[in-house]
Design a protein around this ligand. Structure first.
Ligand SMILES: Nc1ncnc2c1ncn2[C@@H]1O[C@H](COP(=O)(O)OP(=O)(O)O)[C@@H](O)[C@H]1O
Ligand SMILES: [Mg+2]
Length: 317
């Protein structure tokens, strides 16, 4: 073979010269294309990084404004707690762990200030939070977003609270809805990326959003079931996700004849408020001059923890 080449070279050196030139040109062309592609990729990444940075600031500002409006730090938030649900409506622990041999349950009980850390304990990062009406699910999702933003590293997805009431799952897919909602609420994400998609669509497709979907119960049944089906179809165990819902309504969706659990998701339930904590809290949040006026009501909460006043103020009691 080598002898053959030497012979060929001897016959016509020009063939090799031409061949060399052609290869050189091809290599240069490939190099140019790949440099152009790299630049394009860098430009796209820069655009997305900037969009993420702006989104983080906007979400943090928005959540802090709501925290202020709801006077959650005045003087402090109520001690909302939760425990793992006892209802058979979570996925199997093996699915949550993502390892067939691992089936041990993880204790996810916690209190409001630990909510981001509790999500961190779920291997799949997929969690459903259930509670009675008024038990604090929306406030918990606000605290979760703030907690996640606090611990967020640059490569982490951005937590965004999205009300499920803005979704018509019958006509619109999960990703399309999320991207549309993001574009409407954070205008800088409505801008088109070089691909022709909006930045919101790009962020959703790239898994850079951690959706905290608040209030599945706020859409009517049977749309809830469709929503759950689409959540399972359009997201998988690798996609972090938080969903809140009223407990009874969620159980009905999951246990319906065609119902299903949210894939790889653990489920916790908010606990009823402790009447003594509530009494203390209401006293501290009532101006001193008015405490005496409220005293009979406040005493009723602790004096009759199973009575109608406590029942009304401490959901589930
Ligand atoms: N941890 C908390 N501390 C103080 N107020 C709270 C807390 N959680 C909820 N609330 C108040 O209770 C009411 C109902 O809470 P919300 O989160 O909207 O309940 P849900 O979403 O479960 O229906 C709201 O007015 C909210 O401000
Ligand atoms: Mg709510």
């Amino acid at each position: 073979m080598t002898a053959g080449l030497i012979w060929l070279a001897a016959v016509d050196k020009n063939i090799f010269t031409a061949l060399g030139a052609m290869i050189g040109t091809a290599v240069t062309a490939v190099g140019t294309i790949s440099a152009w592609q790299n630049r394009r990729h860098d430009r796209r990444q820069q655009l997305l990084d900037k969009a993420v940075e702006k989104l983080v600031t906007a979400v943090a500002l928005e959540m802090k404004a709501e925290e202020k409006l709801r006077r959650l730090q005045d003087p402090w938030p109520l001690r909302v707690r939760w425990v793992n649900t006892r209802r058979p409506i979570a996925d199997h622990w093996q699915a949550i762990h993502g390892v067939p041999e691992r089936d041990h349950a993880i204790d996810l009980s916690g209190k409001l200030e630990d909510v981001a850390a509790v999500l961190g304990k779920v291997p799949s990062q997929r969690l459903v939070v259930l509670g009675e009406p008024g038990s604090g699910k929306t406030i918990l999702s606000l605290c979760l977003v703030l907690g996640l933003l606090d611990r967020r590293k640059p490569q982490h997805p951005v937590p965004v609270r999205i009300p499920v009431s803005s979704w018509d799952p019958v006509d619109v897919g999960l990703r399309e809805w999320m991207a549309g909602w993001l574009s409407e609420n954070y205008r800088h994400l409505a801008v088109k990326a070089p691909s022709g998609d909006t930045l919101a669509q790009e962020l959703v497709a790239a898994g850079q959003i951690l959706p905290v979907l608040d209030g599945l119960d706020e859409i009517p049944q049977p749309s809830r079931l469709t929503a759950l089906v689409k959540l399972n179809r359009e997201s998988s165990r690798g996609d972090p996700l938080v969903l809140t819902c009223r407990a009874q309504e969620y159980e009905e969706v999951v246990t319906a004849p065609t119902g299903d659990v949210l894939t790889a998701a653990a489920v916790v339930e908010l606990c009823p408020l402790d009447p003594h904590h509530l009494d203390d809290y209401l006293r501290v949040t009532t101006p001193q001059a008015r405490v005496a006026k409220w005293d009979p009501v406040l005493q009723n909460i602790t004096g009759h923890p199973d009575g109608p006043v406590a029942h009304r103020l401490c959901p589930l009691r």
